[in-house]
Design a protein around this ligand. Structure first.
Ligand code: MRU
Length: 354
């Protein structure tokens, strides 16, 4: 099942808000539809929203080209659209990373070209390359992650939210590792946290693993402590939305709690993320902007009210796990271990010299 596909000037997105009961797609021919899809989590997961935004920028450039205006004005409009697309979700750095990667390319190209059709071609090639690159990054992360479990079998892995194929352009980050362990016969089962309030674990992780016949047990978030206490969990593997140079990790709300629990129970806590999830400009997790979402996501589900009318609600979409609670970070360049400032510094060096 393809979650993101670019076909003849249309971005086709699997509508993840409808899963698992309905498999339906939306055809985006306007960048505003892409922005809406990102905002409403029709496409979600840090790498996937970066990929979708890349294609969204082709639509933004096409609309700018249709303006009956001089090239410079078309460009200003394109940059304005890019900014608006970038602002749809503030925590996942992959979104800003993808937009900036394309905008910087356009800025460089327009030093020598003032042909919008040519710029559209450049953007299309870059968006496709971001997508293709993500597939490869996932594969390399899966290999690196599996190396942490050499010689181990019957592994029971707990994961939170959805860091799978649905959240990326490829196999997934955390679930890419899980898939590799399944392939090598080392995986016994995945425990999937339901992930309140929007149930990405129940609706998406359980769905995609079940579809692939990978053994999965669903639990509500408040059962994780019980599962650990009962000795049911060998390791936690989660994805990330942004990682700082110190190794602080922003991920779906509830991840921090899991990390605290894992520490108490002496269970390794792993984070799987590609280089595009690292914010090399930010040191402290407390400086990561946390997306606050609408109250109705907590007070209702699928349109059914589950809390008193008008109740006050706290709804941060992400939390930050301090680096002290992270055992290792799995990247396409291998496994990073503490001291993270040093190992992430090395990753930054590799990325800047690619
Ligand atoms: O709000 P979401 O569903 O976009 O949150 C997704 C997550 O938190 C994932 O764990 C993260 O983006 C990593 S996805 C490979």
């Amino acid at each position: 099942m393809n979650n993101i596909e670019w076909q003849e000037s249309t971005l086709i997105l699997l509508d993840q808000t409808k899963l698992p009961t309905e498999i339906s797609y939306i055809n985006c021919t306007d960048w505003r539809q892409v922005a809406e899809a990102i905002k409403m989590l029709r496409v979600r997961g840090a790498p996937a929203i970066g990929v979708a935004a890349g294609y969204g920028l082709i639509l933004a450039a096409m609309e700018s080209a249709r303006l009956n205006a001089p090239f410079n004005e078309q460009l200003v409009t394109f940059y304005d659209f890019s900014e608006r697309l970038k602002e749809t979700r503030p925590t996942a750095i992959n979104l800003a990373w993808a937009v900036e990667r394309i905008v910087n390319l356009v800025k460089a190209e327009t030093k020598t070209s003032s042909d919008m059709e040519h710029i559209i071609k450049i953007i299309t090639a870059e968006a496709e390359s971001i997508h293709k690159e993500d597939v490869g990054l996932n594969r390399r992360m899966a290999e690196a992650g599996a190396s942490l479990f050499e010689g181990q079998c019957n592994l029971r892995i707990l994961t939170h939210c959805n860091a799978g194929a649905l959240a990326t352009g490829g196999l997934g980050t955390a679930l890419g590792v899980v898939r590799k362990l399944y392939e090598t016969g080392q995986l016994e089962r995945v425990y999937a946290d339901e992930t309140r309030p929007l149930l990405q674990g129940a609706r998406l992780t359980a769905f995609e693993l079940h579809e692939d016949d990978i053994p999965v047990t669903l639990e509500t978030d408040n059962m994780a402590a019980y599962a650990m206490q009962q000795g049911l969990i060998d390791a936690v593997i989660v994805g990330a939305d942004r990682i700082t140079t110190k190794g602080d990790v922003a991920n779906k709300i509830g991840t921090y709690g899991l990390a605290v629990l894992a520490k108490f129970h002496n269970i390794p806590f792993y984070v799987a993320a590609p280089y595009s999830t690292f914010d090399f400009t930010l040191k402290n997790g407390s400086d990561i902007p946390i997306e606050m979402r609408d109250a109705y996501e907590v007070t209702s589900f699928h349109g059914i009210q589950t809390a008193p009318e008008g109740i006050n609600v706290l709804n941060p979409a992400f939390d930050v796990t301090p680096h002290e609670l992270v055992t290792a970070i799995i990247t396409e360049e291998g496994v990073l271990t503490p001291d993270f400032e040093e190992s992430i510094g090395k990753l930054c060096h590799i990325v800047q010299n690619r």
